[in-house]
Design a protein around this ligand. Structure first.
Ligand code: 5RP
Length: 225
């Protein structure tokens, strides 16, 4: 991994956010993710807002930022298609499987990603990993199922920790699962989804990204699945 300090990291996030604009068709409704990289993308989108119809947002925070930028925000239910979804990731591998949900927006992110025809992941080079799992895997849980889900996650080999003082946009809790080395992202995503009380987990493997725009000190690389 290249040596990237936090100031450089923000420059790389800005660079990939800018590069994502080339993937936005004219007159479309754009799916917009959540987090600091997605925020830079919203700033870039504001500059071309005249040539898009609007956006669907993966969180209340992104919806508010889009509106402040003068971009119309649509309810996903009234939208017939989302040609492209642009979002960051906490970790991504070369098969373009991801861990997401560091910002707690994983469920809405997964919903918008499921509707989108193309998922463009924008990430700085620190996010690219050979094996996913060093970043604790977020799992959104119905509050009354917290202990049950925690026990089941222990059985799967993880160490779940309740994200303190945090409630998702959907009124649920997040368990961050430490200690996983994820050899089979598709299998683990399915296994965690089978636990009663889990709303979503932060593995985006069954529906990974289609394109990764990876920001490195020597430029933005494009990796296609
Ligand atoms: C939020 C997410 C973000 O995409 C992920 O946490 C990356 O965030 P950042 O761009 O701030 O590094 O999944 O739920």
């Amino acid at each position: 991994m290249p040596d990237v300090n936090s100031m450089d990291q923000n420059q790389l996030k800005k660079a990939v956010a800018r590069a994502a604009i080339a993937h936005i068709p004219h007159d479309c409704i754009v799916g917009v993710g959540t987090g600091s990289t997605a925020n830079y993308f919203i700033d870039e989108l504001a500059a071309i807002k005249g040539r898009i119809e609007g956006a669907v947002a993966s969180s209340e925070a992104s919806a508010a930022r889009l509106k402040r930028a003068g971009i119309r925000v649509f309810d996903l239910n009234v939208v017939s298609e989302v040609p492209v979804y642009v979002d960051g990731a906490d970790e991504i591998d070369r098969q373009l499987h991801m861990i997401k949900g560091g910002g707690g927006a994983l469920t809405r992110e997964k919903i918008v990603a499921a509707v989108a025809q193309k998922f463009v992941c924008i990430a700085d080079a620190t996010k690219l990993k050979d094996v996913l799992g060093a970043f604790p895997l977020p799992v959104e849980v119905i509050p009354m199922a917290r202990s049950h889900v925690g026990r089941e996650l222990l059985r799967l080999g993880g160490r779940p920790a309740l994200r303190q003082g945090f409630t998702t946009d959907n009124g649920n809790l997040i368990l961050d699962v430490h200690g996983l080395s994820i050899a089979d992202p598709v299998g683990l995503e399915s296994a965690i989804d089978q636990i009663v009380g889990v709303v979503t987990n932060g593995l985006f493997a069954r529906r990974g990204a289609d394109v990764l725009l990876l920001g490195a000190p020597d430029g933005v690389q494009t990796i296609v699945r």
